[in-house]
Write a protein that binds this ligand. Sequence first.
Ligand code: SAJ
Length: 416
Amino acid sequence: MHKKGFNKVSVIGLGYIGLPTAAVIASRGIEVIGVDVSQHAVDIINQGKIHIVEPDLDMLVQSAVTTGKLRATTEPEAADVFLIAVPTPFSDGYKPDLSYIEAAVKKVAVVLKKGDLVILESTSPVGTTEKISSWMSEIRADLSFPHQQSEQPDVQVAHCPERVLPGYVIQELVSNDRVIGGLTPYCAEKAKALYQVFVKAECIITDARTAEMAKLTENSFRDVNIAFANELSIICDKLNINVWELIQLANRHPRVNILNPGAGVGGHCIAVDPWFIVDSTPDEARLIRTAREVNDSKPEFVINKIRKVAEAFKQPRIALLGLAFKADIDDLRESPAVGIAEKVIQENLGEVLIVEPHIKELPNKLQADHVKFVSLSDSLEQANIIVTLTDHSVFKQVKQSVLQEKVIIDARGIWE
Ligand code: SAJ
């Protein structure tokens, strides 16, 4: 196996991106040290098991740990490459929170040596790659860094944003093109050589700021397009038009491709990243901000529909289908469906029957006396109001005849 001089790679942050990346690199015969602040995650990984859900990841991690190519620890140790894959959430006022990145690179700085490469994979506001270079230089005055404009810095720093789709991570890690932005062209070249060890698609080089903005742009593009669909659904509701039929018809135009309205936009990326652009350029990013606001208002629109329908029943029994933030996954974090369920329960709009085939029990915040966690068939039997919140494949198979006596709020358009 051609390792291009990368004998030891350290991946900092063993979550949805870091762990699959660590395992894929290890599967190419390179020694990988995974670092995470969670002792629990480290222990599980060292047993060859995984603490997150992602298809095929379990096998990959098991084999990497068994062959001795992957090992996890809580403190960084010396390596040739450090790949940072920690979260970048936003704090109050939609301000990017770089504290996880800062903590990670400051720990990495301690073990850096001349010739090392540091790659930031975490989605980050424009300018963050320069910032990490400067954070590291504060701790290591004995080494030169690329933001210092030195001809040949001791340490190379680049940004290569991850772009994988949850549920398809293992496949997309290898098959997606990668945008690689260096603080200098040499930094980018060096990072490209690493990605070429496991990426089968193209690795395209640019500067760090463009790479940072490229990732934010991709997710903002999707957010704006989903917001268009969501706004249409609200307009059509007012005008008494079936939005699903409308979109199907409009999409027959060769240059129109409208996405699907839903119960809101969830997940850790699309509902977050556009705010990083808004935070950098608040006066200019008008459309991007409005798209966020439109998508964030969609859950309240769905709750309003449920309120109105529930009022008409003496004993409303409301089935909520799906809690995950999108189809066919088990991930409930940042899910608009969970927020809707919480509100319906809090407001006591009726008896609530929750269906989520991808989880084993309801989260604590959704447990109450008037809430039952039931199977799809039980919910269809018992409920008089049925609300689709997530477009899981199993829901699409429900026969229309079963739904005839029910009031349907099909927020995902799965039965249209
Ligand atoms: N959604 C709709 N209507 C649609 C499409 C999506 O309401 O037509 C909703 C989904 O239900 C979900 C949310 O949007 O709640 C986001 O889902 P998604 O499948 O669009 O995206 P994510 O968040 O799972 O992953 C995205 C991907 N980005 C793009 O497609 C541009 C992925 O490639 C990124 O790597 C990932 O964000 C990330 O980590 O940034």
